[in-house]
Design a binder for this molecule. Sequence first.
Ligand code: NAG
Ligand code: NAG
Ligand code: NAG
Ligand code: NAG
Ligand code: NAG
Ligand code: NAG
Ligand code: NAG
Ligand code: NAG
Ligand code: NAG
Ligand code: NAG
Ligand code: NAG
Length: 580
Amino acid sequence: MKSFSFFCLAAASCAFANDLEPRAANWTVGQTVATSSGPVSGHPATNDSEVSEYLGIPFGQAPIGDLRFAAPIAFSGTEPLSGTDFGFSCPVLAGASTLPTAAELAAANITAAGIEALGILSNTDAKYSEDCLYLNVWTKPQVGEVKKAVLVWIYGGGFTSGSSSIPAYNGANIADQEDVIVVSLNYRLNILGFPGNPNGTKNLGLLDQRLAVEWVRDNIENFGGDPTRITLFGQSAGGASVDAYSYAWASDPIAAGFISESGTIFSWGLPNSQATALKGWNAVAGILGCGNSSSDSSAILACMRQQTWIVILEAVPATSRTASILGGFGPTVDDTVIFSNYSERTPAKVPMLLGNNNYEGGLFRIEFALEGKIFPDFFWTEFNLQEFTCPCGLRANASVAAGNPTWRYRYFGVFPNMAVSSDAGTWHEAEVPIIFDTAPGAATADEVSIANYMRGAWAAFAKDPQKGLTNHGWPEYDTKKDTLIRLGYDNITGTNVINPYRYDADCVFVNVSSTNASNFHVLPDLGASVTPTATSSGSSASGTATGGNTSTTKKSAALGIKIDIGGWVGLGAVVVAYML
Ligand SMILES: *[C@@H]1O[C@H](CO)[C@@H](O)[C@H](O)[C@H]1NC(C)=O
Ligand SMILES: *[C@@H]1O[C@H](CO)[C@@H](O)[C@H](O)[C@H]1NC(C)=O
Ligand SMILES: *[C@@H]1O[C@H](CO)[C@@H](O)[C@H](O)[C@H]1NC(C)=O
Ligand SMILES: *[C@@H]1O[C@H](CO)[C@@H](O)[C@H](O)[C@H]1NC(C)=O
Ligand SMILES: *[C@@H]1O[C@H](CO)[C@@H](O)[C@H](O)[C@H]1NC(C)=O
Ligand SMILES: *[C@@H]1O[C@H](CO)[C@@H](O)[C@H](O)[C@H]1NC(C)=O
Ligand SMILES: *[C@@H]1O[C@H](CO)[C@@H](O)[C@H](O)[C@H]1NC(C)=O
Ligand SMILES: *[C@@H]1O[C@H](CO)[C@@H](O)[C@H](O)[C@H]1NC(C)=O
Ligand SMILES: *[C@@H]1O[C@H](CO)[C@@H](O)[C@H](O)[C@H]1NC(C)=O
Ligand SMILES: *[C@@H]1O[C@H](CO)[C@@H](O)[C@H](O)[C@H]1NC(C)=O
Ligand SMILES: *[C@@H]1O[C@H](CO)[C@@H](O)[C@H](O)[C@H]1NC(C)=O
């Protein structure tokens, strides 16, 4: 740095010695940026005119022809890129062709505000193509840190739907408010992203994510970013993707921080076995006349590459929807990217922020109701535990065991413009528009305050994954102390900490490796007596962890509950075009 000061004595050399600072001071919104994909032009973001928005930058070659069902290959180019529109969304199964009727909406208790909120979480204007490996960048280099922390968003959707172009995932507001860069990426889905081909690369969708992160590492500096401070954040299947990444690239994570919202690698009975994936693959091949389990795998693959993606996806539901919560085509054990023994493995030495919402089932309750399936409250209570709370607790423990700085939250916000139904509580994905500041309609004062606080926390973590949240007043996770951070609890802005046993106590009743819900029954609330020993922000006082009522009342048989696991994925209601 001494030599740098010396050079700067001569003003002319100074610009050469460090071209970042003058560029930051002299940034033109939307200016063209050199990237390995080609020079990309941007424009002012719609509602944030100081934010430069670059949409639809290719990071992978179009995975078509011989690249279908193959690992992604980096895109490199020199042609100018317009950055005007989102790239194509990766193909998903078509939803139902009919909208729910008024009566169906009423039976599900969906509110008018709910339809709007679900609308911004749906990919209503999407254009689909297999040529879908694109990412987007939002940046405001003209102010703030010269090299900014980067938040990279990975969408959810059960590994079968989702897109970076979903309106709620627009990164402009975060970039405008938090002095960070936001990047969002697309990855392949369903059988196109997770084929069961026995003789080929698996988990292509996760490899797509990795390729995009490598692109960010190599290019983000030109947008004003700091490649040493990249944090991946994702929700649901996106949260599980972040987590899978933390194990798959443990020795070279690139990322400096991980945020998993409502999804981990321990969730929903992940991952699929090769046998399950192969069964699904052969079944689709059979439907398409491409062979069967006794055919040569190369011949099946060649034939599958001849089909249109629409025909392939249409062949999927009948064969694999009942295989598991995520369908037959999701993350599959390959011992390279996805493993069978996560509880024995060690994730990257990277700080982690993880958590879930207080009533994740609220969203699925609506989806099921739209299909005419109504379940009692105890069903959803146990569902929340098995699919969300307990997997999150397991992963938080693994993070602590690995010696990584760890923070765990539980979000409680219920606001009028986000109340999708009278019974939805703090539903699955309710925090996403809060974090992105994309909730529709009028936000209340409480909501604005809590949302700003949470967005600030996510950014504080990204700016300094090791210490940012400590400085934000958050205690590191410790199951023996009041360290579960309740966000939006009682409309408090700030943290409200409690011993995690309050919500984890009933985990003894569930099997997180299973998606079978037919044993759900009324549970006693073992954690009910746990109260916070302090409610102030940043407290790490010891909490109480007592309990022990293990008597349960089995009611499921009497109520004759039957779960159609196929209902988990893609129920197809157009208003709810996404899932996990
Ligand atoms: C800012 O950039 C413009 C256009 O690139 C250039 O003409 C101008 O000299 C620059 N100003 C400074 C102070 O560097
Ligand atoms: C811009 O703001 C308006 C009004 O809040 C909103 O309806 C619209 O979706 C926003 N557009 C984007 C791209 O954020
Ligand atoms: C809809 O509201 C009614 C009345 O509060 C309630 O009994 C029913 O369980 C709700 N339905 C769903 C799907 O939440
Ligand atoms: C597979 O297809 C071949 C050729 O059509 C047929 O002879 C064979 O019986 C089939 N095997 C199975 C297991 O279906
Ligand atoms: C896998 O593919 C290779 C190359 O296409 C082929 O030589 C080999 O026979 C295939 N293996 C199986 C088990 O199908
Ligand atoms: C976990 O599985 C991998 C293979 O995927 C194996 O190499 C490793 O030894 C296993 N770890 C433990 C602790 O069993
Ligand atoms: C996390 O670890 C603590 C301490 O060992 C244990 O009491 C708790 O049950 C674990 N949580 C889960 C969800 O497994
Ligand atoms: C929190 O505030 C919202 C309005 O922003 C209100 O509708 C809700 O009932 C409040 N929740 C609690 C627990 O007080
Ligand atoms: C949990 O569920 C998995 C998957 O169904 C099953 O293999 C395992 O035996 C179950 N564990 C227990 C303790 O029931
Ligand atoms: C789910 O569990 C029930 C009760 O234990 C069992 O009868 C049923 O076969 C299971 N279903 C599946 C798909 O494993
Ligand atoms: C245990 O829970 C059951 C069911 O909720 C309840 O009836 C019973 O009184 C509880 N027992 C104790 C000792 O708390």
